[in-house]
Design a binder for this molecule. Structure first.
Ligand code: NAD
Length: 436
């Protein structure tokens, strides 16, 4: 199939590369000229394991190309994915202006269908959008003179996780296709057929809500276990033991029951806010969503209080922050808890040393007052405390005997509950976790 993917970010580029690898002919479009130039040089503008190799393979095979020219792609492709960003606005609602702009640009090209035979186009919304956006895109096209005979808008939300995006895309738990007619549903089903995945056919509006509801539920699990962690600290239980005991119950499941600094990233905070905002504009007060965000915000404040309580003053204290990305295996810093921690510590007069296996280049731009190190053991030299902000697997292998000889005082604030507190105590460290 000939496919255009508009938006060559985490979701668009992964979608494009994976669909090309399934044998389709894919053009990835972006309105960022620099990004297209980088991609054409064979480079990837962000870190995602396995993606450079997959892009190179399919680019060389002639199945994957990159372009700034949306018009030509729309004309030649039968399926057009929209995978542009939908960041939060100040009031919490999703900024849908990029999706609207793409819909307008598609409409301009499809108008030619009235004179030329461009065939039936399926426009697939992969961006996470407020419920009703499918209708908005359809209206934009119709208002711009495109007949509904020539297109259909489908919602196909994406559930991949940064860091494991390729395997998530190729082995999804489910594929949701929200369509208003069988013709469009059949085209997209055919596209995904090689994945042998469980496909769910829903209305467009249900598909749109499935995405928001799924992310909100996962965020709820994280805030729930953080509430339990805060109770653990008061009653003397260990939240890791509690989560293990809860998680073995199949009805509950162990995933997303890790307490710590809370969730961050480009999706959970904005999707919870957008759903909450949508509910409020429709006159419904979604109390759980309010609580989930409040618990998440408080989690960082509580963690900072622990650091401040430990040291009489943070002025000129050297604090090493290990991990900057919002989660392991990505360099994405959007809404990363580390940024809030670092900002607060700097404000209290601390000096921040930092190490992250891949996020240093993107972090350097937004954290000019931080000293970065490309070696973890260099980063802890002379530190008064170590803060674990991202649970990178390599941090599990830290040689704490070696670290002990390098730091000024052996204190670990484990914001991700990565370590066995007894083992750290045996290595001579004062250990402060979350809910333990
Ligand atoms: P991103 O910021 O990494 O990429 C978006 C891309 O779209 C950028 O390259 C940008 O230049 C481009 N773009 C913006 N406006 C454009 C326009 N008018 N024409 C062409 N290109 C344009 O975003 P992302 O993380 O890939 O997210 C995209 C969507 O997918 C969002 O709605 C997000 O919520 C959703 N999503 C993201 C993830 C994730 O893990 N990142 C997972 C599932 C769903």
């Amino acid at each position: 199939m000939k496919i255009a993917v508009v938006g060559s970010g985490y979701v668009g580029l992964v979608t494009g590369a994976c669909l090309a690898n399934l044998g389709n002919n894919v053009i990835c479009i972006d309105n960022d000229k620099k990004r297209i130039a980088i991609l054409k040089k064979g480079k990837i503008p962000f870190y995602e394991p396995g993606l450079p190799e997959l892009v190179e393979k399919n680019y060389k095979a002639g199945r994957l190309s990159f372009s700034f020219d949306l018009g030509a792609a729309v004309e030649s492709c039968e399926v057009i994915f929209i995978a542009v960003g939908t960041p939060p606005k100040k009031g919490g609602e999703a900024d849908i202006s990029a999706v609207e702009a793409v819909a307008c640009a598609i409409a301009k090209e499809l108008k030619k269908n009235n004179s030329k035979n461009l065939g039936f186009k399926v426009i697939v919304n992969k961006s996470t959008v407020p419920v009703g956006m499918g209708d908005v895109v359809t209206t934009i096209l119709v208002k711009n003179g495109v007949s509904e005979r020539f297109f259909s808008v489908v919602s196909n939300p994406e559930f991949l996780r940064e860091g494991s995006a390729l395997s998530d895309f190729m082995n999804p738990d489910r594929i949701v296709i929200g369509a208003s007619n069988n013709k469009a549903f059949n085209v997209i089903t055919e596209l995904y057929r090689p994945l042998n995945a469980h496909i769910i056919f829903t209305s467009v509006k249900s598909a749109e809500l499935i995405k928001y509801a799924s992310n909100s539920f996962l965020a709820t699990k994280i805030s729930f276990i953080n509430e339990i962690a805060n109770i653990c600290e008061r009653v003397g239980s260990d939240v890791v033991e509690v989560a293990n005991g809860m998680g073995l119950d199949k009805r509950i499941g162990r995933q997303f029951l890790n307490s710590g600094l809370g969730y961050g990233g480009s999706c959970f905070p904005k999707d919870i806010s957008a759903l909450n905002h949508l509910a409020k504009t429709l006159g419904y007060n979604a109390k759980i969503l309010d609580a989930v965000s409040m618990v998440n915000d408080d989690q960082i404040k509580r963690f900072l209080q622990k650091i401040k309580k430990r040291f009489k003053s943070l002025k000129n204290r050297k604090i090493t922050v290990l991990g900057l990305a919002f989660k392991p295996e990505t360099d994405d810093l959007r809404d990363a808890p580390s940024l809030k921690i670092i900002a607060a510590l700097l404000k209290s007069g601390a000096k921040i040393l930092a190490y992250d296996p891949v996020a240093e280049p993107s972090a350097k731009k937004s954290l000019p007052k931080v000293s970065f190190f490309s070696d973890l053991y260099q980063a802890v030299k002379g530190a008064d405390a170590i803060v674990i902000a991202t649970e990178w697997p390599e941090f599990k292998e830290i040689d704490f005997d070696r670290v002990k000889k390098l730091v000024r005082s052996a204190v670990v604030f484990d914001g991700r509950n990565m370590y066995d507190k007894k083992k750290l105590a045996e290595a001579g460290f004062e250990y402060v976790g979350v809910g333990r």
